[in-house]
Design a protein around this ligand. Structure first.
Ligand code: G3H
Ligand code: 13P
Ligand code: ZN
Length: 292
């Protein structure tokens, strides 16, 4: 089963994602980064998500995305999140093991599951040569040792994706061979793909048509996400595509109706376009729809 995990920062994004998931009768993961929590404030995020749970009868999880340290993970566990990610990928292997283990021990004692990360997600801007790039990908043997030693419940791996709108200079390329090896060694561990936005060309074009300057943006094509799911990826993280949808819709209103200054007049089309984007992913890409 493949789950979409969508980043949330405000009410309209939460409503758009949960409206889409509800219409598709699909479970959905809402995830908040530590900067999203700083922006929206943890209680607001929690209460808005509680409101969506009251409104809809679908499974909705609240997940901490890229928890930077033990304290942030603890805050989210204590505050009732369904799961937390501890991102120790910037540390050495041993430091990552130690930090992840500490989070796992605490989270498990409270019945909360933990996603961890091994390997580095390089962006297209990161000028690396081939051997440096190889060193960034997740090592399948290390992945097995890491999961065994930390007891983490799921693992984010690096196979060539990266965060943001500029993922590839030439053709999109992912190391499915590494994914397959990780899966052989960890057949029962759900694998997570970060930096998995498609960078939907129509949304990029719409942003640029209405005054944005996002040239040459490129993401992971839908067919590759499908292939990733066939090779054992269980959770696919999406933020950039939602940012593009929101920006495109708002820019269009600002361009077409310069006299408009009622925020509802541009937030409503923004919410609608995010909803359409999420529905497309649930239905056509992730296949998590249970619509009768
Ligand atoms: O993986 C990063 C997500 O896109 C969240 O980004 O830290 O700017 O909220 P953020
Ligand atoms: P994108 O930037 O590709 O949307 O990735 C989001 C992500 O990985 C959040 O953790
Ligand atoms: Zn991420």
């Amino acid at each position: 089963m493949l789950f979409g995990a969508f980043n949330v920062n405000n009410m309209e994004i939460i409503q758009a994602i949960t409206d889409a998931a509800n219409e598709e009768n699909s479970p959905v993961i809402l995830q908040a980064s530590s900067s999203a929590i700083k922006y929206a404030r943890i209680n607001y995020l929690k209460k808005m998500i509680e409101a969506s749970l009251e409104e809809y009868d679908i499974p909705i999880a609240l997940h901490l995305d890229h928890g930077p340290d033990f304290e942030t993970c603890k805050m989210c566990v204590d505050s009732g999140f369904s799961s937390v990610m501890i991102d120790g990928s910037k540390y050495s292997f041993e430091e990552n093991v130690a930090l992840t283990k500490k989070v796992v021990e605490y989270a498990h004692s409270k019945g909360v599951v933990v996603e961890a990360e091994l390997g580095k997600l390089a962006g297209v801007e990161d000028d690396v040569n081939v051997s440096d790039a190889d060193a960034m990908y997740t090592n399948p043997d290390e992945a097995k040792e890491f999961v065994e030693r930390t007891g983490c419940d799921s693992l984010a791996i690096a196979i060539g994706t990266s965060h943001g709108a500029y993922k590839f200079k030439g053709d999109a390329k992912l190391r499915f061979d590494i994914l397959q090896k990780v899966k052989e060694k960890l057949p029962h561990t759900p694998i997570v793909l970060h930096g998995a936005s498609t960078v939907i060309p129509e949304l990029v074009d719409m942003c640029n048509k209405y005054g944005a300057n996002i040239p040459g943006a490129k993401g992971v094509p839908d067919e590759m996400l499908h292939e990733a799911s066939l090779n054992g990826v269980s959770k696919i993280n999406v933020d950039t595509d939602l940012r593009l949808a929101m920006t495109a819709a708002i820019r269009k209103v600002f361009t077409d109706e310069p006299e408009t200054f009622d925020p509802r007049k541009y937030m409503l089309p923004a919410r609608d376009l995010i909803k359409q984007t999420v529905k497309h992913k649930i239905k056509d890409v992730f296949g998590s729809s249970n619509k009768a």
